[in-house]
Design a binder for this molecule. Structure first.
Ligand SMILES: C[S@@+](CC[C@H](N)C(=O)[O-])C[C@H]1O[C@@H](n2cnc3c(N)ncnc32)[C@H](O)[C@@H]1O
Length: 398
């Protein structure tokens, strides 16, 4: 017989969370409110990592009821925060005694984003949904509550996360179809689906998704890339492998689907030693700090990665490098104390010329928000367009 008090406490936390999400306007339907009230997030995050600052950068401290006390742990479980549950593809909170470094590779996404995407997806009663990126299984469980487990399939790439999610989802009393594989290949066996929702991001829409969603159905996914630009796109699937849609409001980002992750840059020092042209830059490092300019930078240089270096106490140099083509653009702070940048470009492509052309075209159109961009997918090409008369466009990388 379990003590009912923790359950009552968790239930109060759920009500408070639902109220907070409603107050933000991101949760607005009775059906999704009921799901938030019903699904115990604590089952999906029995332990997680809390982000902190260490002398060498970000560190992740394990949080578990056994070490933190169950009230503190439960309180954090019901914050509107992403709770990281795995680092570097294999380190879990139970594996470490104290703060560690690492890159998050699985998590329970912040509830306001999960709920907002479910509201954006808006599946009707009886709809069948394919989710890519089960993670902890929390979002899967919300969909099971809303649609019934037999209407939900979820795919997780990582075997350890998939196994933990299966245990949690079963413990919570739901029975969706769970698959451990690469979600970029989708699920031919369960197709066609009415909707596909991805809680990892992709550089380009996988062809399998277009085959597996019914004409008239929707794909909701973030488009991201190696420069960490991101945008949430909602596409309506057409006939014959086509889809079209717009980017939705908000600064939405997810960890990138593992097969789409950036390759290791390796030793790029000889690439940077190529002959280069130098000129004043019209746009400098600020493009990496603002949401839409960063997205545009990535569209203009879709195979590039950014890295900063510093030699012998000198200034920080910001390099945009496309190892595939052997091209680079290096931003250097001008020494005229005006705060401007110079850019050195080498290799076959002038990467920064393309970036500046994209930013200039966007500014000429009045610097519209991301909702002014559309994505058109055909069997031969995926194109993001700034949806203005004569709007410029960029193809997503293959
Ligand atoms: C942000 S988490 C998912 C959050 C989850 N929906 C939740 O609410 O707990 C992203 C997940 O996507 C998974 N993932 C990455 N690449 C994938 C792929 N190609 N196919 C399926 N899952 C993938 C990661 O392993 C990670 O668990």
């Amino acid at each position: 017989m379990t003590d009912p008090a923790p359950d009552r406490l968790a239930s109060r936390h759920r009500t408070r969370l639902a109220d907070r999400l409603e107050a933000t306007g991101l949760l607005h339907s009775a059906a999704w409110r009921a799901a938030v009230l019903a699904v115990p997030r604590e089952i999906f995050v029995p332990a997680f990592f809390r982000r902190g600052d260490g002398p060498q950068g970000t560190v992740w401290a394990p949080v578990q009821p056994e070490t933190q006390g169950s009230d503190t742990w439960l309180e954090e479980v019901y914050t509107d925060e992403t709770l990281v549950t795995q680092l570097d593809g294999g380190v879990h909170p139970g594996d470490v005694d104290g703060p560690v470094g690492g890159e998050p590779t699985s998590s329970s996404t912040l509830p306001s984003l999960v709920v907002r995407m479910l509201e954006d997806l808006d599946p009707k009663d009886g709809a069948r949904v394919l989710e890519i990126g089960t993670g902890t299984g929390y979002s899967t469980a919300l969909m099971c509550h809303r649609l019934g487990g037999d209407h939900v399939t979820s795919i997780e790439y990582d075997p350890a996360s998939a196994a933990r999610a299966r245990t949690a989802i079963t413990t919570a009393g739901y029975s969706p179809r769970l698959i451990q594989s690469d979600g970029l290949t989708g699920d031919d066996d369960g197709a066609p689906y009415d909707h596909l929702i991805a809680t990892c991001s992709v550089r380009t829409i996988p062809p399998a998704w277009l085959r597996q969603v019914k004409p008239g159905g929707t794909i909701l996914t973030t488009i991201s890339g190696w420069l960490h630009g991101s945008g949430l796109a909602r596409l309506t699937v057409g006939e014959d492998g086509t889809a079209f849609g717009t980017f939705l409001p908000g600064t939405v980002s997810f960890m990138i689907a593992r097969p789409h992750a950036a390759p290791d840059l390796g030793d790029f020092s000889s690439l940077l030693r190529q002959p280069a042209e130098e000129r004043p830059a019209h746009h400098g490092q600020e493009v990496f700090q603002e949401w839409v300019p960063l997205f545009l930078t990535q569209l203009a240089a879709p195979k590039a990665q950014r890295i900063s270096t510093r030699a012998d106490g000198g200034p920080w140099l910001v390099h945009t490098i496309d190892v595939g083509s052997g091209s680079f653009a290096t931003l250097v702070l001008s020494d005229d104390s005006g705060g401007g940048f110079r850019v050195r470009q080498g290799g076959p492509h002038r990467l920064w010329d393309d970036v500046e052309a994209a930013i200039d075209a966007w500014k000429a159109a009045g610097s519209p928000p991301q909702t002014a961009f559309t994505l058109t997918v055909t069997p031969t090409e995926q194109r993001v367009r700034l949806d203005t008369p004569e709007g410029p466009s960029w193809t997503l990388p293959t």
